[in-house]
Design a protein around this ligand. Structure first.
Ligand SMILES: *Cc1c(COP(=O)(O)O)cnc(C)c1O
Length: 385
């Protein structure tokens, strides 16, 4: 089976991990800050804080921004459930803003309309979490402009997007947001096994994130309420979690980071090959024109119902039967049973639901070779013939 995504582990990665295994620190050692500094430098951001996953980074980001019971957080319905669940962990309620059917990202026009209605009804969200779907940046300048008018904070869920850029900055620079979150799950662009990172330009948010990822505990003498208690002393200053990344993971991520540009290059080359090879099929190919540069985590086609009688399900099953590990990203979050129980219904976000009916993620990862890609294309031709 050719999977839709997979990690690339080199001998250098293995050596980096083994070096940590032979060292004094498996966690809370020097590999974590070294990885953080490398990511911060690459993204042009002041603070980069490694976490146990993007999910925990999103959770901590919401808490750092003050999200709590009674608050409202908005995100995109076309995302992994973690983009919405993070708000619920804080006791907040979730709502969604429909997507732009071309970019698959939160639609700025839909956001503007929903913000206007929310302002009139005195029910504005505290935070909007935008998702750079498939690695393509949202229109961050527009989103910041719309939200800032109402004092709404912005988190970028950039789980798909490390190595990509927006119109005017690398993703992760937080030029138009408060916090950006990356994922290092093995299906993503670079991996640490499990792992994530929260990036911010703001010192106050970085301080909160550091506390939240380690039980709310500090040993920093400058921050202690009782600075003279003794050298053993630490204080829990708020309720935090164990959201730490290990040094083993950080060493792997740091080693992978050296290949990030090559990975993005390769993904663009594979996307160019798909664009050319699939042009004649009854598929809507993903929009490639971009004010920035996508990290191309996913290559999402849509089975075009105007040009074929084959359903997405038939195409999906036909490809799987031929050993092609296609996938569907994503089932709209509001249609999950756990969200329907909160009152969400089909029809509420029609662009997201229309996207979902036809979307299919083709294999896309740096080590996918041309002959494997050609077999994906051949299988698509056979299934759609
Ligand atoms: C993968 C993913 C996450 C969760 O990442 P983890 O590191 O697995 O917690 C969150 N948001 C999006 C959009 C993702 O694709």
């Amino acid at each position: 089976m050719i999977p839709y995504a997979r990690q690339d582990i080199t001998p250098e990665d293995v050596d980096a991990v083994v070096a940590v295994l032979r060292s004094d620190f498996l966690t809370q050692g020097p590999a974590v800050p070294a990885f953080e500094q490398a990511v911060a430098a690459r993204c042009g951001v002041k603070h980069a804080l490694a976490m146990s996953s993007a999910t925990s980074a999103l959770h901590a980001a919401c808490l750092a921004l003050g999200v709590g019971p009674g608050d409202l957080v908005w995100t995109s319905p076309v995302s992994f459930v973690a983009s919405a669940n993070c708000a619920r962990y804080c006791g907040a309620s979730v709502d969604f803003v429909d997507i732009d059917p071309q970019t698959f990202n939160m639609c700025p026009r839909a956001l503007a309309e929903k913000l206007a209605r929310a302002a009139a009804g005195n029910r504005l969200p505290k935070v909007v979490i935008v998702v750079h779907m498939a690695g393509r940046s949202c229109d961050m300048a527009a989103i910041r402009e719309l939200t800032a008018r109402h004092g709404v904070a912005v988190i970028e869920d950039a789980a798909h997007a490390i190595g990509g850029s927006g119109a005017d900055a690398p993703i992760g620079a937080c030029r138009h947001s408060d916090i950006t979150v990356f994922s290092f799950h093995p299906v993503k662009i670079i991996t640490t096994g499990e792992g994530g990172m929260a990036l911010t330009q703001r010192d106050d948010l970085a301080d909160a994130l550091v506390l939240l990822r380690s039980h709310g505990i500090t040993r920093d003498p400058a921050r202690l309420e009782d600075p003279d208690a003794g050298a053993w002393y630490y204080e829990q200053q708020r309720l935090g979690f164990n959201f730490r990344m290990t040094d083993i993971q950080a060493a792997l991520g740091h080693s992978q980071l050296a290949r990030l540009d090559a990975y993005i290059e390769r993904r663009h080359l594979l996307a160019d090959r798909y664009d050319a090879a699939l042009a004649g099929l009854p598929l809507q190919l993903p929009l490639r024109a971009d004010a920035g540069r996508s990290a191309l985590h996913l290559y999402v086609v849509r089975v075009d119902p105007a040009r074929t009688d084959r359903s997405r399900r038939e195409v999906f099953d036909g490809l799987r039967a031929r050993g092609i590990g296609v996938n569907v990203h994503y089932i709209p979050i509001h249609l999950q049973p756990d969200y329907r129980r909160l009152g969400f219904r089909p029809g509420m976000f029609p662009a997201a639901e229309a996207y979902y009916r036809h979307c299919l993620s083709l294999p896309m990862y740096a080590t996918l070779d041309e002959s494997q890609q050609d077999s994906v294309v051949a299988a698509l031709h056979a299934v759609l013939a």
